[in-house]
Design a protein around this ligand. Structure first.
Ligand SMILES: C[S@@+](CC[C@H](N)C(=O)[O-])C[C@H]1O[C@@H](n2cnc3c(N)ncnc32)[C@H](O)[C@@H]1O
Length: 322
């Protein structure tokens, strides 16, 4: 078994431009693609995404330790503007001298560049932009900072539906409120913990999520209840606590449906397979998906019975029994 979570090809492309222009010497690399080689033995990396973090460790990188100042910080941007702003601000306070910020054009490089009033240099190439800005700026250096979102929960830019509740998740939550659930519950791909926040307090929950920032936010959102947090890869059961295998009566999830740009039912299929791995005999998995994705068919390979519980606004809530 191994991860089905892929390296972002747009970032590997942008990396070529970065390697061509950055100065040599130790640097802190933030969110480099997982197949990047360390540029220097004293360089460090930070990646909140579990499969990428693991790949980078295998490639020989040492992880980031807070408290050290860097002359050079290299930041790989994402599709989400607020996340880019947040991490750029943290990078500028972690760096004492220079920040290299690289962004593929399709992630909004041009518009972000307009926000960089003190841009010192810019390189353009391979459908990407590399912007150089000064460090030494006072600000929050915390890479996993969380903040309240507009729905009143703790969250962080970069997470799925970070600033509002997703419509599909809300529909699943409505259905769960009408079911009698048994404890413990695994919330697979938990994000900032929305689905778990709606469960009766007496149920013990296990949250599995690849993005550490999601778990940090969920710890705040679920502080009043018994909850366990697992930074792991939901597509690779080898990364989950092995003592959960076949022991869980209830799994709830809104599986990921995108790999970078493309819609990808394979990822959702892997989550269904992981749910079946977790469930004990007679256990049930509740999940929601877009009606256009073939979840009912996929689920029928793993569960002895699959029921459609609700269909609304383009989403289906399904229940699979092992
Ligand atoms: C559609 S979102 C649902 C989030 C949350 N449960 C909700 O309902 O709002 C899917 C979640 O799965 C997470 N995810 C995607 N791939 C993953 C993987 N390989 N391992 C663990 N979590 C993953 C994403 O980060 C995201 O939080």
């Amino acid at each position: 078994v191994s991860s089905l979570s892929e390296i972002d090809p747009a970032l590997t492309r942008a990396r070529e431009l970065t390697l061509k222009h950055i100065r040599s010497g130790p640097a802190l690399w933030i969110k480099p693609p997982g197949d990047t080689e360390p540029n220097h033995p004293d360089s460090r990396f930070y990646h909140p995404w579990y499969p990428e973090h693991e790949r980078l460790l295998k490639a020989g990188w040492k992880p980031f330790e807070p408290g050290r100042k860097w002359d050079t910080v290299v930041l790989f941007g994402s599709r989400q503007k607020e996340e880019n702003r947040r991490l750029l601000q943290a990078s500028r306070s972690l760096s004492g001298d220079l920040v290299y910020f690289v962004l593929p054009n399709e992630y909004g490089a041009k518009s972000l560049k307009r926000e960089l009033s003190d841009l010192t240099e810019e390189f353009v190439g391979r459908k990407s932009r590399l912007c150089v800005v000064p460090g030494g700026v006072d600000g929050d250096p915390e890479l996993e900072a969380t903040e309240p979102n507009s729905a009143g929960f703790e969250s962080a830019p970069g997470l799925f539906s970070w600033d509002k509740v997703d419509r599909g998740s809300q529909l699943l939550s409505e259905v769960l409120a009408e079911e009698r659930l048994r404890s413990p519950v695994v919330d697979l791909g938990a994000g900032w913990g929305y689905l778990s926040t709606g469960l009766p307090e007496k149920l013990e929950v296990h949250l599995v999520e690849a993005d550490r920032r999601g778990l940090e936010a969920a710890k705040v959102n679920l502080s009043s209840r018994t909850a366990h947090f697992h930074w792991a890869d939901g597509t690779d059961t080898g990364t989950l606590p092995q003592n959960l295998r076949g022991k869980i009566p209830t799994v709830i999830m809104n599986p990921p449906f995108h790999t970078h740009k493309k819609a990808d039912p394979v990822l959702g299929g892997a989550f269904v397979s992981t749910a079946a791995w977790l469930l004990r005999r007679g256990g049930v998995c509740y999940f929601v998906g877009n009606v256009h994705l073939p979840y009912q068919k996929i689920a029928s390979h793993f569960f002895s019975q699959v029921d459609l519980l609700r269909q609304k606004d383009g989403y289906q809530v399904l229940r699979g029994k092992v």
